[in-house]
Ligand binder design. Sequence first.
Ligand SMILES: NC(=O)c1ccc[n+]([C@@H]2O[C@H](COP(=O)([O-])OP(=O)(O)OC[C@H]3O[C@@H](n4cnc5c(N)ncnc54)[C@H](O)[C@@H]3O)[C@@H](O)[C@H]2O)c1
Length: 269
Amino acid sequence: MSRLQGKIALVTGAATGSGRAMAQRFAAEGADVVVGDINDDELEVTAELVRGCGRRAPLRHCDVARVDDVRQLVATAVTELGGLDIAVANAGIVESDTDCLRMTEAQWDRTITVNLKGAFFTLQAAAQQMIQQGRGGRLIATASILAEWGSPLGPAYAASKGGLRQVVKSFAMSCGPYRITCNAIAPGFTETPMIRAVMADPARLAYLVDRTPAGRLGQPADMASVAAFLASDDAGFVTGTMLVADGGMTAGLYSAAAYGVTPKATAAG
Ligand SMILES: NC(=O)c1ccc[n+]([C@@H]2O[C@H](COP(=O)([O-])OP(=O)(O)OC[C@H]3O[C@@H](n4cnc5c(N)ncnc54)[C@H](O)[C@@H]3O)[C@@H](O)[C@H]2O)c1
């Protein structure tokens, strides 16, 4: 598919995981992509993957906790590629296994700053540029299924993603008149460096897979597919929403497999 032919995109947190997959997918669908991250070495690899699709890939060190960095990232899209049509606020971190009772002020501040403030100002800088251009646009933020749920071992993370869900609705309202949509993606557990500790622990991995009707964790490519849809003309009437991509994990209260029941197909009629 080449739904993004001639478009100019920007992805934060593009060095690894789902951000890298989004950048590559956007390029495969015809977009040039500005990529930003704090991990410069891996960011170079992402840029090479974009160039491998025959598209341009300016890269820039960008710490989304610094508002000036995200503004510079948008400026890079304008000066090097000529504008901006699609922006994904994807950079994120999770505090490691810290519950509400042990959370430090520094951990809280860092998670909220990167995940919520960083995403907000990424969307703001992108929206301002898109409004100035006057040709519409697509704003996307990577939230999480934890935007809807509490987390015993990541309460600041859950708070940041819940806040981001509301931020996306607010941008949808402010930007609608300019033909700019704003939506969130809510990944379920996805095999990226962010959850490497889970992937290295067979018991935790089995627990999560058992609770996922699809029978597997998400892949970065799954999130890239959703991002490409939201970035495309196909999603022109979709705004202010959060698209959950979790293999069904949050569809129900418990899974049949985890409950000890194996659903059997029955012949109809
Ligand atoms: N992996 C999961 O299970 C999962 C589930 C739900 C949501 N998410 C979200 O998906 C998004 C992408 O994460 P991922 O799963 O690909 O993990 P990841 O760790 O591979 O990617 C996160 C990227 O963000 C970058 N980053 C971290 N702090 C940054 C900062 N201050 N400025 C700029 N870049 C920064 C990292 O260097 C990394 O490249 C995140 O927002 C994350 O919260 C992930």
